[in-house]
Design a protein around this ligand. Structure first.
Ligand code: NAD
Ligand code: GLY
Length: 370
């Protein structure tokens, strides 16, 4: 049941290995990548509590000298302060360029540890061992690393590809259902943006994926990674097609920034709501059929994900505030808005120069205050 998918980036190509029991074999996967047999394992307190001992045992059994660095869980760690603290700990370990950082956790750990790896001594190798569904299908693959700033999410970062990704499907057994649903939002996003058959398969198999059935999970993760690997290999630096992976993200990031990155709206939930909005806005612009937007909304709702602003508690969104955040999006050029919109399920495209007036009217129709 183990799958290996290659991210074809020439001499920086790497494999994403997907299957059960991989953290118990992590040492033998990582050892060949090391010159001196040393790695710093960056994780968060929750992941360390559930799975830290098994990973450390596996690394030690392979003869590696591994040191665990634990950060507090949650988006608040992905900041300048969190980065500074992590870099100081890495420097104190005297890690050098022959060593390697192992990012063991969700997207927060992967993004933070990956960014630290990108800038530590001008760049050191790292391996991703993603432990959330979201990180397995999205953030661990493709080399985007970043921290958040008060101006918005992921605004300071670097492209830095991992040497290897080990997506152990067993570790998802301890992940709360709400987090599984967040990962599912990123999985179904792949169907929406480029594979209507995969979208249909997910409509039929959502429950099995959400219940972490091994067969269903393997297909869902592998198909997602396959699609991401293919897009990243073609457009590593997001000059074109990679932007499609941001379907739902410009709307979603604006909502997350407004509510303050926390329990009120998790990243995957923001992406789900953002995807539903991207399809509804596409309908409003005469680009996509209402039937497709309704199908997207139904598939997300059936998985227990939010699709309407009113479902985000205590959040009286303002259209102008959301628009201001959207203008900060990394895809915006010269203040002009770029969105990922859809012609149909399975066919998303990059829409440049979106009319801010039409978008403002849409957000007000969606229930935001002016
Ligand atoms: P996360 O890393 O905060 O993990 C969510 C929660 O689950 C945390 O509390 C964590 O401690 C816990 N957890 C992780 N693994 C667990 C396990 N196996 N069992 C029990 N608990 C576990 O969040 P996330 O959803 O994985 O990632 C979100 C982050 O990823 C955001 O910062 C987002 O910006 C980033 N992201 C980056 C990319 C990229 O391409 N780099 C893509 C998508 C998202
Ligand atoms: N998560 C979007 C990307 O990797 O490009």
């Amino acid at each position: 049941m183990t799958r290996a998918i290659s991210v074809g980036l020439g001499d920086r190509a790497y494999e994403v290995v997907i299957g059960p029991g991989l953290i118990d074999r992590a040492g033998s996967h990582i050892a060949p990548l090391l010159k001196r047999g040393r790695t710093a394992v960056v994780t968060d307190e929750t992941v360390a509590g559930h799975h830290g001992e098994r990973l450390m045992a596996s690394l030690e059994a392979a003869g590696l000298k591994a040191t665990l660095i634990t950060i507090p869980p949650g988006e608040a760690s992905k900041t300048f302060a969190g980065l500074e603290s992590l870099l100081h700990q890495l420097l104190a370990l005297r890690l050098d360029r022959g060593d390697l950082i192992t990012a063991f956790g969700g997207g927060v750990v992967g993004d933070l540890a990956g960014f630290a790896a990108a800038i530590y001594k001008r760049g050191i190798d790292f391996v991703q061992i993603p432990t959330t569904l979201l990180a397995q299908v999205d953030s661990s693959v493709g080399g985007k690393t970043a921290i958040d700033t008060p101006h918005g999410k992921n605004l300071v970062g670097a492209f830095h590809q991992p040497r290897l990704v080990l997506a152990d499907l067993d570790v998802l057994a301890t992940l709360p259902l709400r987090e599984i649903k967040c990962g599912y939002a990123e999985v179904i996003k792949y169907g929406m943006l480029g594979d209507v058959d995969f979208f249909g398969w997910l409509e039929a198999n959502a429950l099995d994926v959400l219940m972490t059935d091994l067969g269903a999970l393997t297909h869902a993760v592998a198909r997602s990674v396959e699609m991401k690997a293919e897009i990243v290999a073609e457009d590593e630096r997001e000059q074109g097609r990679r932007a499609l992976l941001n379907l739902g993200h410009t709307f979603g990031h604006a909502l997350e920034t407004e509510v303050g990155f926390g329990e009120a709206l998790l990243h995957g939930e923001a992406v789900a709501l953002g995807c539903a909005q991207a399809f509804r806005f596409s309908v409003r612009q005469g680009l996509c059929s209402a039937a497709d937007a309704q199908r997207v909304e139904a598939a997300l709702s059936d998985a227990g994900l939010p699709v309407r602003l009113a479902q985000v508690s205590n959040s009286p969104f303002k259209a102008d505030a959301l628009l201001a955040h959207m203008a900060q999006d990394k895809k915006a050029e010269g203040g002009r808005l770029t969105l990922i919109l859809a012609r149909r399920i399975g066919e998303a495209f990059v829409a440049k120069d979106v009319d801010p007036g039409a978008l403002r009217d849409f957000l007000i129709e969606e229930g935001a205050a002016p």
